[in-house]
Ligand binder design. Structure first.
Ligand code: C2E
Ligand code: MG
Ligand code: MG
Ligand code: MG
Length: 275
């Protein structure tokens, strides 16, 4: 039974508002309050040198724990945040928290060489991304070189002036990685024009290494491309020793995945990775 009624007594509820629509609205309403209610936090996934086991960095991954809904995965709320514009506020919160955490770890005696932070295409559309990043670095005191921003190919292909933003970010001194490399609809031409340092091989190509020759061929091609363009290449979603061995055999020494560690809370990071 619809309860909300307009001035003229008609219900706002219409049959076209499906269960899915209602659910989405509810999620949207909850999400808008999530930051102020302290429901948002970050996990950090170690990035390692496969051969030495050394910690080379972490990727910050946002988490939302709602009292009723429980832990909502980013694949469910990031698209919603992008549609509603909340992503700008969320993205800023994530970046600030990530930079602050680097400083906290340092003070506690854990040296994390760099932190990778995901940026959404919508954050670029707003245009003020460069100032936001510069201000956050200034405010938190993190050295720009220890921040790496992750963007997907679609950010580069679908953003007007992406080149300008990315060159400006490079000028501040932050690093840039192409996330989920090889899965986007893109041209390779941008690679030679952009100050990119890192390619992240998407998990979908790593998953079936050793059973799927096409995935192997793609992974090898990305490693070679990175090598010849002097970029570092890191593999995502490495879960088995076989995958790690394959990567090293083909010249990729950096990895991130459950084989090494799941994404961790900040304090667990400290206990697990402090020497
Ligand atoms: P991504 O940036 O490609 O992040 C890697 C995802 O792979 C993470 O999922 C991570 O937990 C997962 N992963 C890492 N290693 C393994 C593995 O060995 N096996 C498997 N099965 N999965 C692995 P998560 O945290 O659920 O994030 C999903 C996506 O949500 C991210 O993909 C990214 O696109 C987006 N995301 C996460 N945090 C943020 C954020 O702060 N801002 C923005 N804009 N997007 C974010
Ligand atoms: Mg990422
Ligand atoms: Mg990725
Ligand atoms: Mg991915």
């Amino acid at each position: 039974q619809a309860k909300a009624r307009g001035r003229n007594g008609y219900s706002f509820y219409t049959p076209s508002m499906t269960g899915e629509g209602v659910e989405r609205l509810r999620l949207e309403t909850f999400l808008r309050r999530s930051i102020e209610k302290d429901e948002i936090f970050l996990n950090y996934q170690p990035q390692v040198d496969i051969v030495t086991g050394e910690l080379v960095g972490v990727e910050a991954l946002v988490r939302w724990n709602h009292p009723e809904l429980g832990l909502v995965p980013p694949v469910r709320f990031i698209p919603l945040a992008e549609d509603t514009g909340f992503i700008n506020q969320l993205g800023q919160w994530v970046l600030r928290e990530a930079c602050r955490q680097m400083v906290r770890w340092q003070e506690a005696g854990l040296v994390v060489p760099k932190i990778a932070v995901n940026l959404s295409v919508k954050q670029f559309e707003r245009g003020s991304i460069v100032n936001m990043v510069a201000d956050t670095l200034h405010e938190t005191g993190l050295e720009p070189a220890r921040l790496q921003l992750e963007v997907t190919e679609s950010v580069i292909m679908n953003t007007d002036d992406a080149m300008v933003f990315i060159n400006d970010l490079h000028a501040i001194g932050v690093g840039l990685a192409i996330d989920d490399f090889g899965t986007g609809y893109s041209s390779l031409a941008y690679l030679k024009q952009l100050p990119v340092q890192t390619l992240k091989i998407d998990r979908s190509f790593i998953k079936d290494i050793s059973t799927d020759v096409n995935d192997e061929a793609i992974a090898i091609a990305i490693i070679q491309l990175g090598k010849s363009m002097n970029l570092s290449v890191i593999a995502e979603g490495v879960e088995t020793v076989q995958q790690a061995e394959f990567l090293v055999r083909h010249g990729c020494h950096l990895a991130q995945g459950y084989l090494y560690s799941k994404p961790l809370a900040a304090d667990v990071m400290l206990t697990n990775w402090q020497k």
